[in-house]
Ligand binder design. Structure first.
Ligand SMILES: Cc1cc2nc3c(=O)[nH]c(=O)nc-3n(C[C@H](O)[C@H](O)[C@H](O)COP(=O)(O)O)c2cc1C
Length: 187
């Protein structure tokens, strides 16, 4: 079993990647699963040049492979100009429309202000619905001020209310995983 995150951030260090990492870790702990996070910033040069889904660079194919074989995916993006990042959209634009059908998907976003929290419902959920993913009902939007900078330079979530919301999300994702397991046994 594996839990795979995709962070749409171009930054390093990144608040979004820290958030995705945290959620992936908590779901994976609850499911005794392997965990991995793919960051579009890390694959940006090859992703930006990729135009043809039938001729993908190995790095992009490998990232798709991880997502497609995951039991739960965690999709996180910083808000850029009121939406997900362009590179995250390009990542999904090149992916086979059937690739994530029935996949459990947790949705997360970060932003500088309160104004764009509905990006999760208006942009990210519809994108995952296009793929036929089963999106977890509760989502999480985290403002920059809810992160603390770590000594090593990374970011750490610093708001207990957000942590409590993530607990609810993890519970919902694990419930969906158990339901999938029951259904595949019955089939
Ligand atoms: C190009 C750009 C556009 C942004 N647009 C928005 C925006 O429309 N609304 C918002 O709340 N924050 C916006 N932000 C702030 C980021 O969403 C926020 O700082 C986020 O936490 C950055 O995540 P990261 O650390 O993973 O890069 C923008 C940042 C950048 C660099």
């Amino acid at each position: 079993m594996s839990i795979v995150g995709i962070s749409g951030s171009l930054s390093n260090p990144s608040r979004t990647t820290a958030l995705v990492d945290l959620i992936v870790g908590r779901v994976a702990d609850g499911a005794y699963a392997k965990r991995e996070v793919v960051t579009v910033g890390d694959i940006a040069p090859s992703l930006g040049l990729a135009l043809n889904p039938k001729q993908l660079p190995a790095e992009i194919g490998a990232a798709y492979g991880k997502l497609v074989s995951a039991d739960v995916i965690v999709v996180g993006t910083p808000v850029y100009k009121g939406s997900y990042t362009g590179l995250l959209k390009h990542f999904f634009d090149l992916l086979d429309p059937k690739a994530l059908h029935g996949k459990i998907a947790v949705l997360a976003a970060t932003g500088g202000s309160d104004h764009h929290s509905l990006v999760l419902e208006h942009h990210i959920r519809p994108l995952l619905s296009f793929f036929g993913a089963h999106t977890v009902p509760t989502t999480v939007y985290v403002k920059d001020t809810d992160f603390a900078k770590e000594e090593g330079g990374g970011y750490r979530l610093n708001n207990p209310d957000i942590n409590a919301r993530i607990d609810i999300i993890v519970e919902q994702a694990l419930w969906l995983l158990r339901r999938d397991a029951v259904q595949s046994k019955a089939a």
